[in-house]
Design a protein around this ligand. Structure first.
Ligand code: CP
Ligand code: NVA
Length: 334
């Protein structure tokens, strides 16, 4: 799609339904090529910079593997190893990196930082997660849903938990743009902000989808095709919010009772990492302190047949490859 070349990828608000569909289908096309052992080094000779001010497993690995598969080199900049924000402004960093690289990924805090980077950069900037949005995750999730249901339009999607943060916001935008029925299932103060809800209702009116805010778990999840959740405390938030979050969100945990209330062919999704057992340092500490074996999702649901979390994780790589390829150019999907 010619008009995607040279564009930044900062939030799905900037993309039409047709363009988002193209990223999804290109991701599926590249996944098939990889599975068939078909080389696809369409960006040979190019290089990308990966700036991470927050930690990552999936996003970093996806960018690095995808870049390699496309024939590109990559440089990983971790918080401690660059001058960004400490000795050099975002604007200056953008202008320096644009002289050396063909694309820049940024993961960090406020959305305004990645927007500033994009403003001063001459090459595409990809948002690898901010407090407000996580758009690359959306293409992987839509790919996964399309693989499972063969379509996106008309599906009932329920997001449970803290719906005001990057995942809740981004999923509401993605579903509303793609003609899906999105429900945020949370206590009222965890609903996405009113301005974004109003915007997404406009998208939904165009696409034939819908946006609903619901506090009642059984009402929200009845007949759902997709149940999605995320951690209750996100990267960069202070540890002292755990007590309040657990108190307010424990009723929104994804467990067997919730899944039993959904459609027969329903699936469970999570961007990961997830606190579904005590096999992590934080999961154990928080679990012991509050007497909980699991947090946002029970181990039973996480490990169940309905759980597609590792398909999503794999699709991060194929979708990030699609996003880079579409915005860098060099290949037209037939
Ligand atoms: N889902 C996701 O973004 O994972 P990482 O934090 O490991 O990149
Ligand atoms: N809401 C989570 C998403 C992690 C992929 C966070 O920001 O930490």
């Amino acid at each position: 799609m010619k008009n995607l070349v040279g564009r930044d990828f900062l939030t799905l608000k900037d993309y039409t339904q047709e363009e988002i569909q193209y990223f999804v289908d290109l991701g599926l096309d590249l996944k098939a090529k990889k599975k068939n052992g078909e080389l696809h080094e369409y960006c040979k000779g190019k290089n990308i910079a990966l700036i991470f001010e927050k930690t990552s497993t999936r996003t970093r690995c996806s960018f690095e593997v995808a870049a390699h598969d496309l024939g590109m080199g990559s440089t990983y900049l971790e918080p401690a190893s660059s001058q960004i924000g400490k000795k050099e402004s975002i604007a200056d960093t953008a202008r320096v990196l644009s002289r050396m690289y063909d694309g820049i990924e940024y993961r960090g805090y406020g959305q305004e930082i990645v927007e500033e980077l994009a403003k001063y950069s001459d090459v595409p900037v990809w948002n690898g997660l901010t407090n407000e949005y996580h758009p690359t995750q959306m293409i992987a999730d839509l790919m996964t849903i399309k693989e499972k249901f063969g379509k996106l339009e008309g599906l009932n999607f329920v997001y449970m938990g803290d719906a005001r943060y990057n995942m809740g916001n981004s999923l509401m935008i993605a579903c509303a743009k793609m003609g899906m029925n999105f429900t945020a299932c949370a206590p009222e103060r965890y609903f996405p902000n009113a301005e974004l809800v109003a915007l997404c209702k406009e998208y939904a009116a165009q696409s034939g989808g819908s946006v609903t805010l619901e506090t009642d778990v059984m009402k929200a999840t009845a007949g759902a095709h997709i149940i999605y959740t995320d951690v209750w405390v996100s990267m960069g938030e202070p540890d002292n919010v755990w007590k309040e979050r657990i108190g307010e969100l424990i009723g929104y945990q994804v467990n067997k009772k919730v899944m039993d209330n959904t459609a027969d062919n329903s699936i469970f999704m999570h961007c990961l990492p997830a606190f579904h057992d005590w096999k992590t340092k934080i999961g154990k500490e928080v679990g012991e302190k509050f007497g909980l074996a699991e947090l946002e999702v029970t181990d039973e649901v996480f490990e169940s047949e309905k759980s597609v979390v590792f398909d999503e994780a794999e699709n991060r790589m194929h979708s990030i490859k699609a996003i880079m390829l579409a915005t860098l150019g060099g290949y037209e999907m037939k």
